[in-house]
Design a protein around this ligand. Structure first.
Ligand code: PEP
Ligand code: MG
Length: 324
């Protein structure tokens, strides 16, 4: 089977009735890049910039960050590379920037930290913009957005970085800017937020955790962490519809896109891009190539009427098996 999946590399992720589904990857390490390209990734939908920060003893300098980011941008050019601004807090700690809280997932994390520390944010954005010089494939994405003012402040900072670099004589422009929808409040404001930004990307890992009030890392409640919970599916469908009303690209970069059954549902919901761990890309591509969009639509209609997450998951597994 593995050998069969390898030959998929050059084949498009296209359904039997001709619908093209762009498959992108999530990266963090420099080594992820080569593996992703080998597997035929068409872009990076989530580069987790906190990963290089976590493997160091101190904040990397602007120069150092620029070199790290450039490796991703250069290797993927001209394909798009979506760099998420630092997403620490929650379960992601930097040894040299301790955050101690009783409820870290409801605490100081993601954009909340970087807006409180514009010096960290500005340096990071400057490094991204400099790294993208000559490639033009950078997109910037903001994590954990909950309120409109966070988007406005972040865009102001990005514009400031652009201006600074232009004044220093560099030929930079504002790249496309997007937000992650991973907090329930953002779900209901998707349409308004979409007017402010260029693209929307759903972080289904955090969104599932916050919708179901289940810690994504707590083994005691792991059974309750259900990506196919009917409420999660309803929310995912709603976000896609709202983003499309504003004609904005809507992608998903949580683990759900990496599950073949999930990928088919998301395709039917109208997601424009699925971004996943490169390990799962061949499996997802193979599922898409073995299914029609019409069939995915009917799967979606069916599961949207079901009440139980486990039954939905089981139904998807059985349907995929039947498709071969
Ligand atoms: C998510 O929350 O779904 C996501 C993609 O981001 P992370 O897993 O890094 O929190
Ligand atoms: Mg997240």
């Amino acid at each position: 089977i593995a050998a069969g999946l390898e030959t998929l590399h050059d084949l498009p992720a296209q359904t039997t009735d001709g619908y093209r589904m762009p498959l992108w990857v999530n990266t963090g390490l420099t080594s992820d890049v080569e593996r992703s390209l080998e597997r035929g990734a068409e872009g990076i939908g989530l580069y987790r910039t906190e990963i290089p920060f976590m493997t160091r003893d101190f904040f990397p300098s602007e120069q150092e960050q620029m070199h790290i980011y450039r490796r991703q941008l250069e290797a993927f050019a001209p394909r798009p590379v979506t760099m998420r601004t630092l997403d620490i807090g929650g379960d992601k700690a930097l040894p040299y920037f301790p955050i101690s809280e009783e409820n870290p997932f409801l605490g100081w994390r993601g954009i909340r930290v970087t807006l409180d520390h514009p010096e960290i944010f500005l340096v990071q954005v400057r490094a991204m913009l400099r790294a993208a010089l000559g490639y033009g494939n950078l997109r910037i994405m903001l994590p954990m957005v909950t309120c409109m003012h966070e988007i406005e402040e972040a865009i102001e900072q990005i514009d400031r970085a652009v201006r600074e670099l232009q004044e220093e004589g560099l030929d930079v422009e504002r790249p496309p800017i997007g937000i992650m929808v991973e907090v329930p409040a953002a779900v209901y404001l998707t349409r308004r937020f979409a007017r402010k930004v260029d693209f929307i990307s759903v972080g289904s890992n955090d969104l599932t955790q916050y919708l179901l009030a289940v810690d994504r890392n707590n083994p005691r409640v792991a059974d309750l962490y259900a990506p196919y919970h009917p409420a999660v599916l309803k929310v995912l469908q709603f976000i896609a519809q709202e983003a499309r009303k504003e004609h904005k690209t809507v992608s998903i970069c949580g683990e759900m896109a990496a599950d073949p059954g999930g990928a088919l549902l998301l395709m039917a919901m109208g997601y424009d891009v699925l971004s996943m761990n490169s390990n799962n890309l061949p499996k997802v591509k193979s599922a898409i190539r073995g299914c029609s969009l019409a069939k995915a639509n009917s799967l979606l209609q069916r599961v949207m009427r079901m009440d139980d997450a486990e039954a939905i998951h089981q139904y998807l597994r059985t349907s995929l098996k039947k498709m071969g």
